[in-house]
Design a protein around this ligand. Structure first.
Ligand SMILES: NC(=O)c1ccc[n+]([C@@H]2O[C@H](COP(=O)([O-])OP(=O)(O)OC[C@H]3O[C@@H](n4cnc5c(N)ncnc54)[C@H](OP(=O)(O)O)[C@@H]3O)[C@@H](O)[C@H]2O)c1
Length: 393
């Protein structure tokens, strides 16, 4: 077996002080005793999943079932589920069957010293916001690399909201985070699901023409509210024009994600944004209608060209879950649609359509992203894969 950082106890108490990356080969220096020079060889990394019974947690189960690098060794949920086999604890709502190898795992309480998490290097968190912040802190203090879907740490000054195709350079903040928080592990967050789809979709346009103003109206799927979410009496035959806290999240998180990271701090992107969020009668997939004013004027054809020619960054970084294209354009006049397009790129691709002139701002379009795959569990998995490739795990 090739000796690799995470196999030899990589993140633990020893602190990473620098790495360089070339063809996935990296030299890792650590304080104290000399460490090996390593090449990531895809050896299995043990992982735990917190919030394993929820909407995001169940998606983690399906995406990790046959993952080439990650091996699920521990599952955590509330004290109501702890002590039960996963098969008995979960109310399974996915279209595919419960993965066989997960069924018999006994769910633990979400504490880092539980035997189930002892050997896990990576902790994926699909925890409810009410509890996520403190629990994730405890796991990072215990030396784990925590990949969170919750809002609690997203706007911390030293925590990235990471999307590999948009802002992989924001990983540079981790060294500052470990220093500031004096922790051997670290926390990396995902954006709120509607913000992730919008940030991926707008990145090629922002990079080429610069965003000045953005107005977005969302049509968000029911699964975004978790399980059991809204009652059928509330959502059937209906649109609910309010999702608690969602508009504020879109307006703040997108500017952090599309901003820069330098010298141990983030600088927000300098565009204005207004969001209107609606829950609609769709199971999975958030659709968003976006109008924007650009710093450099562009025709619809130039915007479409910027989207189509945007490189497949996650794939080029060697991330095994990466889709062929992170963002793609569908030129049919009535696409994207959630039922038809949410599984493009196995749910990891954001699809854009209907780019046209806007009579008020410059350009308007429709974009769609799968909320529990690229917008949640899949996004966390890509982030963890990126950390493996970059030598942080
Ligand atoms: N759904 C989405 O599309 C989406 C997208 C992006 C981000 N998010 C975020 O991801 C997180 C999870 O969302 P979700 O939709 O999956 O929620 P959910 O379906 O309500 O699941 C919540 C999970 O948290 C666990 N939990 C509840 N109380 C707990 C406690 N006291 N201690 C430990 N675990 C506890 C639950 O376990 P039990 O089953 O045992 O109660 C369950 O596994 C939230 O922070 C949400 O905002 C969701």
């Amino acid at each position: 077996m090739v000796e690799v950082g995470f196999v030899t106890g990589a993140i633990g108490r020893s602190s990473l002080v620098g790495f360089s990356s070339r063809n996935n080969e990296r030299a890792v220096q650590r304080r104290g005793r000399a460490r090996v020079v390593m090449a990531y060889d895809g050896s299995p990394v043990k992982v735990g999943v917190l919030g394993c019974t929820g909407s995001v947690g169940q998606r983690f189960m399906t995406l990790l079932e046959d993952h080439p690098w990650f091996d699920v060794v521990g599952l955590g949920a509330s004290p109501r589920s702890a002590g039960k086999k996963y098969n008995d604890a979960v109310s399974w709502k996915q279209a595919s069957a419960i993965p066989e190898k997960m069924k018999e795992i006994v769910v633990s309480e979400c504490v880092p010293d539980a035997p189930a998490f002892k050997d896990a290097m990576i902790i994926f968190s699909g925890l409810d916001n009410t509890f996520a912040g403190d629990i994730e802190d405890e796991f990072a203090k215990a030396g784990k690399a925590v990949f969170s879907n919750a809002k609690n740490h997203r706007m911390d000054d030293d925590v990235p909201i990471l999307i590999p195709t948009v802002n992989a350079s924001h990983l540079d903040i981790i060294e500052a985070q470990r220093k500031n928080k004096d922790i051997p592990g670290f926390i990396i967050t995902n954006a709120n699901c509607s913000t992730t789809a919008m940030s991926i979709g707008l990145k090629p346009i922002h990079e080429k023409f610069g965003l000045e103003k953005v107005i977005v109206s969302t049509m968000q799927a029911i699964s975004g509210a978790g399980y059991p979410g809204l009652s059928s009496m509330d959502i059937f035959d209906n649109v609910v024009p309010h999702i608690g806290g969602e508009e504020g999240k879109m307006e703040t998180e997108a500017k952090k994600i599309l901003g820069t990271c330098a010298d141990g701090s983030f600088q927000d992107a300098d565009f204005m944004i207004s969001a209107m969020c609606n829950r609609v009668h769709v199971i999975d997939g958030h659709t968003e209608a976006v109008s924007m004013q650009l710093k450099t004027k562009a025709t619809p054809e130039e915007v479409i060209d910027a989207i189509r020619s945007y490189p497949s960054i996650a794939k080029s970084l060697g991330l095994p879950s990466a889709p062929a294209k992170d963002v793609d354009y569908n030129d049919a006049p009535d696409r994207p649609q959630p039922r038809l397009d949410r599984m493009v790129g196995n749910g990891y691709t954001v699809t854009i359509g209907r780019v046209r002139e806007c009579n008020v701002l410059d350009i308007k379009l429709v974009l769609l992203g799968h909320n529990t795959i690229v917008g949640a569990a899949g996004g966390s998995i890509l982030n963890a894969e990126l950390c493996c490739v970059k030598g942080l795990v």
